[in-house]
Design a protein around this ligand. Structure first.
Ligand code: PMP
Length: 423
């Protein structure tokens, strides 16, 4: 379906911000890759539910029962959105970072982890305690598959392995060949987790169809508010491991033993890793966002986003001082995430100028993907650079880029204002 739909209503679309010249302008949020504005529809759903929320799982009162039902229905809605297979588990977490740390905590002993150096730090760093192979940045999607296949085939001993890969880069927006990487992983007896933090807001993610073992994403990038995320996938490792958090909710029975210690029986459902009072509102908001995206339809949403991506890339290509960052080359398919550097400008000053003069919010820095940005900028592996805003003086060029990113709520005017400002 190539029909282009109108932008979906999001929060903050009427926010007016001050400009350096004393004027003011409606804020243009072009930083969706960091956190997308929540859909108005999600906010309305949450506001509709807010008066009724109560404690889940343990309460006998009517509102507790209602909240328990809504929490579990939210789990079912998100599982359906992700195309979960029968027997998969879906754990509500705090974020993608939390989801991948949870998966790292449940790896069977001796699991080898394979991860491309191009990943976001949330996917690069959680595997403490495991033996990790960092794979060099590929220059084509096909090279990514070849690199992974060789690394998996060469592993010794040939034991359990997990591959962690992003679906869409938070720096270049480029799509990774997830289905092919999953096939390569499985051909070599490995499992694969998809970091869908940037993919899920822009493309349908179907666990069964992509044939990945796990998916992780964050609500705040999927047009829901902060504080909730998801890890979904195969139940066996999740069931077999110690609870990620120990406490109430994860435990089924606790009793004193004759020797004075404690006997604990843990749940084997998702509750095993959700100890404490869960973020019911956050889960409900994610489910609402899933419903809203499904109803709007990814066909028209993707068509609209692709039109904006083409508009941005072709306009930036006409400005000789601008260099767009890309791993896979000009013809790679991207979501609405474009990073670039501008000759003669420090990225932090460029981003600050977009904000102060035009009311446009973008991000600058290394985007929590330091090795990738260093590779893209051709920097030495150990050169300096902070994650987040850089602190260089005017005229001095720090190792960083500017990132513009957009999504289902972005009106054409925001993109046109941005392109006019860059020009
Ligand atoms: N993976 C990718 C690809 C991301 O872009 C991000 C967020 N920038 C994360 C993981 C981490 O997400 P969160 O901060 O919500 O944990």
């Amino acid at each position: 379906d190539q029909t282009i739909c109108a932008p979906l209503p999001v929060l903050g679309r009427d926010v007016v911000v001050p400009l350096a010249n004393g004027g003011e302008v409606a804020y243009a949020a072009l930083d969706y890759a960091a956190s997308a504005p929540a859909l108005q529809r999600v906010w309305d759903d949450v506001a509709g539910y807010a008066p009724y929320y109560g404690s889940v799982h343990r309460g006998a009162g009517y509102l507790s029962q209602l909240s328990t039902d809504l929490f579990e229905q939210s789990r079912a809605t998100v599982a359906e959105f992700l195309g979960c297979r029968p027997g998969d588990q879906l754990v509500f977490t705090r974020s993608t970072t939390d989801s991948l740390n949870l998966l790292a905590a449940v790896l069977p002993p001796g699991t080898r982890v394979f991860v491309f150096e191009t990943e976001h730090h949330a996917a690069l760093l959680p595997w403490r305690g495991a033996e990790v192979t960092y794979l060099d940045a590929p220059r084509t999607p096909g090279e990514a598959v070849g690199t992974l296949e060789r690394a998996l085939a060469d592993r010794t001993p040939y034991g359990p392995a997990l591959v962690c890969v992003t679906g869409a880069s938070n720096v270049t927006g480029e799509l990774w060949p997830v289905r092919e990487l999953a096939a390569a992983a499985h051909a070599h007896g490995a499992r694969i987790v998809l970091d869908a933090a940037q993919l899920a807001p822009h493309r349908p993610v179907d666990i069964g169809e992509l044939d990945v073992d796990y998916v992780a994403f964050s609500g705040h990038k999927l047009y829901a508010p902060f504080g909730a995320g998801v890890l979904a996938g195969r139940a066996d490792w999740l069931r077999a491991a110690e609870p990620y958090l120990a406490g109430g909710g994860a435990s089924k029975q606790v009793a004193r033993r004759a020797d004075g210690g404690l006997d604990v029986e843990w749940h084997t459902t998702a509750a095993r890793h959700e100890a404490g009072s869960p973020n019911v509102i956050g889960a409900y908001a994610i489910a609402s966002a899933c419903r809203a995206l499904t109803e709007a339809g990814f066909g028209p949403l993707v068509a609209r986003e692709q039109a904006l991506v083409c508009r941005v890339l072709s306009a930036l290509a006409r400005i000789p001082q601008v260099k767009v960052l890309s791993l896979f080359g000009e013809r790679a398919e991207r979501v609405g995430v474009v990073s670039f550097v501008v000759d003669g400008w420090d990225s932090s000053h460029f981003a600050a100028a977009l904000s102060a003069r035009y009311g446009i919010g973008v991000r600058d820095g290394l985007f929590c993907a330091h090795p990738l940005v260093r590779t893209l900028l051709g920097a030495e592996p150990d050169s300096a650079g902070e994650c987040g805003a850089s602190e260089s003086e005017p005229g001095e060029r720090s190792l960083s880029a500017v990132r513009v990113s957009f999504g289902v709520g972005t009106p054409d005017e925001h993109v046109e204002r941005f392109l006019g400002a860059v020009a």
